[in-house]
Ligand binder design. Structure first.
Ligand code: FAD
Ligand code: NAD
Length: 518
C-alpha cells in the first residue's frame, strides 16, 4: 500500500501541536493502526469517557474499505452481473465495474471515516508509530508525522508538521496494525511484473492475461473477477485443492465454479521459477509445465505487521503473529500483559473484518471495566465467489485433533424449489462435521448462491452448540436457498442415531416435488 493520507480538519493540527509535542502527554488508550479494529475499539472506549488516540499511517478504515473486502466485492458483483447478462462487450462492462468500485471505495477518500472518529470523540494522529514500553507499565508511541511506513521519509504534502516526531504516552496500548501481502519464494519473481491484491484492486488496467499465484480466498475471488471480464486467467495453487484449509467439498465446488467462469485452475503444482517471456511472464511449475500471463497476481498469503513493536520483547507465534491470550492481551515471555492488547489481522487468529471487529468489541469491554474472554467458536469464513462459500467451526481434521469422534455428512444438491425457479444448476454443497457421541454440530460449510447469507444459520448452530437432531427439525421457507441445509442435517442426524443403535427416521428430502410442476 503506498497511499499517504493528507490531513483533514477533523485531525489534530501539527502546527498547533508542535509546541506541546515536546512535552509528551499521556492518554488512556493509544490504538496503533486505524483499520477496522480501531474503528470499533476506539469509539467504544471514548464513549465510556476514556481519552483515545488512534495513530494511522495511511487511510482511516485500513485495508477493508479501500483495498480489500469492499473493492473486491464491488468487482465480483459487477463481474457476476456481466456474466449473467451474457454480453461479450468486456470493455464496457469493465468501465462500469471500475465506476462501481470507485463509488464503493469513495475514490480512496477517508474523510467520512475521519469525521466518524472525531464525532465519536477519538483523536486521530496521522503518521508512522513506533512503540516503547516502560518497565513499570504503560509507555510511549513516537509518531513520525506524514510518514506512511518505517522507511518512509516525510512527505511534502500540506501537513506542515510532516517529519516531526510526536511522543504520546499511553496507559493502555492496542496494537491493530493489520497485515501485508507476502510473496512466495519463487526464483526470479522480483524481476517480472507482479501485483498484490492492493494493486489489483486499485489499478484501472485490465490485463490481457493473468497468472494468479495462490488458491486461498484472495486467489479464488480475484481469479473470478478477472476471468469475468475476458482476461485469460490461470490460477496456480500448491496444495491439491482450492481453499485447502476447508472441508474438501468446498474447494471442489469452487473449482467447478471458477472453471465455469473460464479460469484455468492448476492445483497440486508449485511455481518454481519466473522469467520474462511469453505474454509477459513465464512461470515454470514444478511438474515441468509452464503458464504465461501479462503479469502475476500474488495471492499467496499475508503476514502480520509487527514493525511498530519489533523491539519490545513481545511473543510472536510460529506464523509470525503477535501472541495473545483469550482476552487478546499480548504475551511477553508467555505471560499476558495487562496493558497491551492486539486485535485484528496482527494476532492472526481470525483474519477477517468481522474477526477484527469482534476482538475489538471484547477489548473495548476490557478497557471500560468489563474484561471477558473472547469466544471465537463459530467465527464465519466467507468467500464471495459466485456461488459463495460460508464455513464455520472445525473441519473434520480439526475436530479429530481436538479429540472428537466425528461423523461427516456431505450433500451436493441443487434440487430445490429455488434452484428450479432460478434455473440454477451450479454447485450447492453442504457439509456438516458432527460429534458422533452427542450429535453437536462442530463445524459446517456451505457453497451455493448467497451461501454467505443463508449459511448464517450454521454459524449460529455451531456457536450455540446445537445438535443435528434440532437442526434437522428447522423448517425453511419455500422456495429459499436454506432448503439446501435439510438433506445434510437429516443425513448427519441419521448417522448419529445409527451409531447409537437407534433406527434412523425416514428422511423426507429437501426438495419437495411442488417446484417441478409443469
Ligand atoms: C483482497 C482482500 C479481500 C478481503 N475480503 C474480505 C472480506 O470480504 N471480508 C472480510 O471479513 N475480510 C476480508 N479481507 C480481510 C480483511 O481485509 C482484514 O481481515 C481486515 O482489514 C483486518 O483489519 P485490521 O483492522 O486488523 O487491519 P487493517 O485494516 O490492515 O488496518 C491496519 C492499519 O494499521 C496501519 N498501520 C500499520 N502499522 C502502523 C504503524 N506502525 N503506524 C501507524 N499505522 C500503522 C495500516 O496503515 C492500516 O491502515 C480481505 C483481505 C484481502 C487482502
Ligand atoms: N472473503 C474474505 O473474508 C476474504 C477474502 C480475501 C482475503 N481474506 C483474508 O486475507 C488473507 C490472505 O488471503 P490469501 O488468499 O492471500 O491467503 P491464504 O493463506 O488464505 O492462501 C494462500 C494460498 O496460496 C498458496 N500458495 C502459497 N505459495 C504458493 C506458491 N508458491 N505457488 C502456488 N500457491 C501458493 C497456499 O497454498 C494457499 O492456499 C487471509 O487471511 C484471508 O482470510 C478474506
Amino acid at each position: 500500500m503506498t497511499t499517504t493520507a493528507q490531513p483533514t480538519t477533523a485531525e489534530t493540527s501539527p502546527a498547533a501541536d508542535r509546541a506541546s509535542s515536546r512535552v509528551p502527554r499521556t492518554v488512556d488508550v493509544v490504538v496503533v493502526g486505524g483499520g477496522s479494529a480501531a474503528e470499533t475499539a476506539g469509539p467504544r472506549a471514548a464513549a465510556a469517557g476514556l481519552s483515545v488516540v488512534v495513530v494511522e499511517a495511511s487511510l482511516v478504515g485500513g485495508e477493508c474499505p479501500f483495498w480489500a473486502c469492499v473493492p473486491s466485492k464491488a468487482m465480483l458483483l459487477a463481474g457476476h452481473a456481466h456474466r449473467a447478462g451474457g454480453s461479450t462487450d468486456h470493455d464496457a462492462a469493465w468501465s462500469w465495474a471500475l465506476q462501481r468500485r470507485r463509488e464503493a471505495t469513495a475514490g480512496l477518500d477517508d474523510s467520512g471515516k475521519v469525521r466518524g472518529l472525531a464525532d465519536a470523540g477519538v483523536e486521530l494522529v496521522r503518521g508512522w508509530a513506533e512503540v516503547e514500553r516502560s518497565p513499570g507499565g504503560g509507555g510511549l508511541v513516537r509518531v513520525r508525522r506524514g510518514a506512511s511506513g518505517p522507511d518512509d521519509g516525510p512527505d511534502d504534502g500540506p501537513d506542515d508538521g510532516a517529519g516531526e516526531v510526536e511522543e504520546i504516552g499511553w496507559r493502555t496500548l492496542v496494537v491493530a496494525t493489520g497485515s501485508t501481502p507476502s510473496a512466495p519464494p519463487v526464483d526470479g519473481l522480483e524481476d517480472v511484473p507482479t501485483w498484490t491484491s492492493d494493486e489489483a484492486l486499485t489499478s484501472d488496467h485490465r490485463p490481457a492475461s493473468l497468472v494468479v499465484l495462490g488458491g486461498g480466498a484472495v486467489g479464488c475471488e480475484l481469479s473470478q473477477v478477472y476471468a469475468s471480464f475476458g482476461v485469460r486467467t490461470t490460477l496456480v495453487e500448491t496444495t491439491p485443492r482450492l481453499l485447502a484449509s476447508e472441508q474438501p467439498s468446498v474447494g471442489e465446488a469452487v473449482e467447478q465454479a471458477l472453471a465455469g467462469s473460464g479460469v484455468d485452475v492448476r492445483t497440486g503444482v508449485t511455481a518454481s521459477r519466473a522469467r520474462t517471456g511469453g505474454d509477459g511472464v513465464v512461470l515454470e511449475l514444478d511438474d515441468g509445465s509452464e503458464v504465461t500471463g501479462e503479469r502475476v497476481l500474488l495471492a499467496s498469503g499475508r503476514r502480520p505487521r509487527l514493525e511498530c513493536v519489533q523491539t519490545q520483547g513481545l511473543d510472536v507465534t510460529d506464523a509470525g503473529a503477535l501472541a495473545v491470550d483469550d482476552r487478546y492481551r499480548v504475551l511477553a515471555d508467555g505471560q499476558p500483559l495487562d496493558d497491551v492488547y492486539a486485535v485484528g489481522d496482527v494476532n492472526g487468529r481470525a483474519p477477517y473484518t468481522h474477526g477484527a471487529n469482534y476482538q475489538a468489541r471484547v477489548v473495548a469491554d476490557a478497557l471500560t471495566g468489563h474484561p471477558r474472554a473472547g469466544d471465537e467458536t463459530g467465527m464465519p469464513r466467507a468467500v464471495y465467489t459466485e456461488p459463495s462459500v460460508l464455513a464455520t467451526g472445525l473441519t473434520a481434521e480439526g475436530a479429530r485433533d481436538a479429540g472428537h469422534e466425528v461423523v461427516v455428512a456431505v450433500q451436493a444438491s441443487h434440487d430445490t424449489g429455488r434452484a428450479h425457479v432460478e434455473r440454477y444448476d451450479g454447485p450447492g454443497t453442504v457439509e456438516l462435521v458432527v460429534d458422533a457421541g452427542t450429535g453437536v454440530l462442530l463445524g459446517a460449510s456451505a457453497v451455493g448462491p448467497e451461501a454467505d447469507s443463508w449459511g448464517g444459520e450454521l454459524v449460529l448452530a455451531v456457536r450455540a452448540r446445537l445438535t443435528v437432531e434440532l437442526l434437522a427439525e428447522v423448517v425453511h421457507p419455500f422456495p429459499a436457498w436454506g432448503e439446501l441445509l435439510l438433506p445434510a442435517a437429516e443425513s448427519a442426524r441419521d448417522q448419529v442415531r445409527e451409531r447409537r443403535g437407534e433406527l434412523p427416521r425416514p428422511t423426507q428430502g429437501a426438495a419437495e416435488p411442488a417446484h417441478a410442476a409443469g
